[in-house]
Write a protein that binds this ligand. Structure first.
Ligand code: FMN
Length: 662
């Protein structure tokens, strides 16, 4: 241990299967969707090489196609020699940084996120997937043996290509987990019935990989911790499984994952609605069950001091970081060189998960607009050839991203902000339940902008004349967006602001801590997470909270993992959800009565005792300044909501692009 380094325990080397790890940081497996046509791509190699260069000692790839039935387009094929050169290139690019590369063995089994069933799903038993209701083909004993043989020979191929090992993903509800859990495994043969039998698929797989690859090949395993599904694997069962799987001491590390492919899927990517590092207490308990095999800590570990403490306290030998290293590949390098203040932190928003799982796009990040690019590691803008006078209007995360980059490129940047504080609507979200981590997006931007010399004019609603007075060469308009008038609300009432939009109402309510009697009603045509965070805050203030939406459910424009958490909290807190419904304004909120109508039948009911009512509707860009500035011959760049209202990821990405384009 180097006692002069800022994080001596985290930076101390370690050995797995006789292979040296330069420190204790593992990049947890993350599906990137950078693979194409089952082949390694430059982007896939670059993404991993960046994380190796940034300091990770061990990187686990996303799941590969390791058995011949696996033919998903973005999963690189390793079960034959089709892409042997790609695999070699991938391993060489990572191992060149003294970083060990492990390929992940996984199969979704019956699990499916997308609507509809998976007709080619394989599984432990013909029992339905909790999310898609897919009923898999129950594997025969011979099919299991063939699959194990495939996985083992593919592992040997990886070894020949320069990989240091494999990780078996037996948590997260995938096929091995499905064999482990009594909820999905109703078999009566040697792979089901009791714990010994349910762990057999995994223990036979470990033995086969070991036989194929030898003692110097790292075999890690992700096992279920608490998977959160009824009749499945809780802490006690996890200890039994861990005990049996590690009994032969044939694996080199164990990492406990949480949640499963059910209503508890959200647990695998804990967000800002719970504590940081939420799984350390259970990991400490389960450590007793692993027969002395090294343990890898996992789950929302974002801060180097926190990670260092995990190792220093002896709770785990290694620390796995998934989203943390997506957000900043140079996380460890910065920490090691006393530059933790320069880290762009993971904000645990799960936009990355949404990108790959819902939108089927390559991985991206709210706080890292350069994921996987060649110059991503510790990126700082290159100086501009021609220095310009730039005005940025708006201090939300889109404007701030453009501002710091433009200033760092050497432009003279003035930022106008209507509020006295930066952050825009992200700041409001950060002040609502579960949003605190988001503040680090604009905190980083502000520090970088000040360091780069941008000047701020805050508390000013800049008009075209104020901007033109600065004689700018270019203007970045990042003025955000405003909620549109609900169709049922009379125009004069809307114009007079007599019924507030939810953002305005919440900003007004934040300073008030007293409880109020009556019912708070939100009309929800938004379906992003800020609306439900507002509902939670209102629930702490009012007797009753009702969400009224014309849609079939709530939170429909959030990732499944985010939605699960929202639904859980809404139910736990008894927030009422009235679906397929529109308010009918009629006489307004007379005597605190709000009339609502079923969107399909028109049938009317009332919500009584309404003390708070606000609408969250789709937002239209605030582009009033664009026309006069363009008419004056100024180059105008619209970014973030000012271009089209979306989330933080689009805002930082567009601000980033604009700052670089100036
Ligand atoms: C976008 C995304 C993709 C992931 N893909 C995988 C995967 O392919 N295999 C796997 O075992 N875990 C996967 N995970 C789970 C991570 O490995 C990790 O267990 C989880 O993100 C918690 O760690 P973190 O809080 O450090 O991100 C993924 C998580 C995210 C957010």
């Amino acid at each position: 241990m180097d006692s002069t380094s800022p994080y001596p325990s985290l930076l101390a080397p370690f050995t797995l299967a006789g292979k040296r790890l330069k420190n204790r940081v593992v990049h947890a497996s993350m599906t990137t969707r950078f693979g194409v046509n089952m082949h390694v791509t430059d982007a896939l190699v670059q993404y991993h090489a960046n994380r190796a260069r940034g300091g990770a000692a061990l990187i686990v790839t996303e799941p590969l196609s390791m058995a011949r039935h696996q033919t998903i387009d973005y999963k690189v094929r390793a079960w034959n020699d089709d892409d042997i050169d790609g695999l070699k290139r991938w391993a060489a690019a990572v191992e060149a940084h003294d970083t060990r590369l492990l390929g992940q063995i996984q199969d979704s089994g019956r699990g499916r996120h997308a609507p509809g069933r998976n007709p080619s799903a394989l599984g432990a038993a013909a029992l339905p997937d909790d999310i898609s209701y897919t009923v898999p083909h129950a594997l025969s004993g011979a099919e299991i043996e063939a699959m194990i043989a495939d996985f083992a020979q593919s592992s040997a191929r990886l070894q020949r290509c320069g990989f240091s090992g494999v990780e078996i993903s037996a948590g997260h509800g995938h096929i091995f987990h499905q064999f482990l859990s009594p909820r999905s495994n109703a078999r009566e043969d040697r792979y089901g019935g009791n714990w010994q039998n349910r762990t057999r698929f995994v223990t036979e797989l470990i033995a086969a990989v070991r036989a194929a690859c030898g003692a110097g090949f790292i075999i890690g395993i992700k096992l279920p911790g608490d998977d959160g599904a009824p009749g499945s694997i809780g802490p006690q069962e996890a200890a039994i499984v861990a005990q049996l799987v590690t009994a032969a001491r044939n694996v080199d590390y164990v990492c406990f994952a949480h949640g499963t492919h059910a209503r508890s899927l959200e647990l695998h990517v804990p967000d800002g609605n719970g504590p940081r590092a939420p799984y350390l207490p259970l990991m400490r308990e389960l450590r007793a069950a692993v027969n002395g095999v090294p343990v890898v800590a996992l789950g929302r570990i974002t801060d180097p001091a926190e990670a260092d403490a995990v190792v220093a306290s002896g709770d785990a030998e290694l620390v796995a970081l998934g989203r943390t290293l997506v957000a900043d590949p140079a996380w460890l390098e910065k920490a090691a060189h006393n530059r933790a203040h320069d880290i762009r932190y993971c904000v645990s928003c799960n936009s990355c998960w949404d990108t790959i799982s819902t939108n089927h796009l390559p991985i991206a990040c709210d706080n890292n607009p350069r994921v996987g690019l060649k110059d991503e590691v510790d990126w700082w803008p290159a100086p501009a050839k021609i220095k310009k006078c730039v005005v940025v209007v708006g201090t939300g995360v889109a404007g701030m991203e453009a501002a710091w980059i433009a200033a760092a490129r050497g432009h003279a940047v003035t930022v106008f902000g209507r509020s006295g504080e930066i952050g825009g609507k992200t700041r409001l979200r950060a002040l609502l339940p579960g949003g605190e981590a988001l503040s680090s997006v604009y905190d980083y931007q502000q520090a970088a902008a000040l360091r780069a010399g941008a000047s701020f004019e805050l508390g000013i609603t800049a008009g075209a004349a104020d901007i033109l007075a600065l004689k700018p060469d270019a203007v970045v308009l990042a003025c955000g967006s405003s909620m549109t008038k609900p169709l049922w609300l009379p125009r004069d009432i809307f114009a007079a602001g007599l019924v507030p939009d939810l953002r305005t109402a919440m900003a007004g309510l934040l300073g008030i801590i007293a409880r109020q009697s009556g019912t708070a009603v939100i009309y929800d045509m938004d379906h992003t997470d800020g609306t439900y965070a507002a509902a939670e805050l209102l629930r702490a203030r009012f007797d009753r909270v009702v969400l009224v939406t014309p849609r079939d459910s709530i939170a429909q424009d959030t990732a499944m993992v985010t939605r699960q958490g929202i639904l859980r909290r809404m139910h736990e807190q008894r927030v009422e959800m009235v679906l397929h419904t529109e308010p009918c304004w009629g006489d307004g909120l007379e005597d605190g009565r709000l009339e609502i109508a079923n969107a399909y039948t028109g049938e009317r009911t009332t919500i009584d005792d309404v003390a708070f009512f606000a609408y969250a509707t789709p937002r239209a860009p605030n582009i009033e300044l664009a026309a006069p500035l363009r008419a004056a011959g100024i180059a105008v760049h619209l970014v973030g909501d000012c271009r089209s209202s979306r989330g933080v990821m689009a805002a930082t990405a567009e601000g980033h692009a604009a700052g670089n384009a100036l």
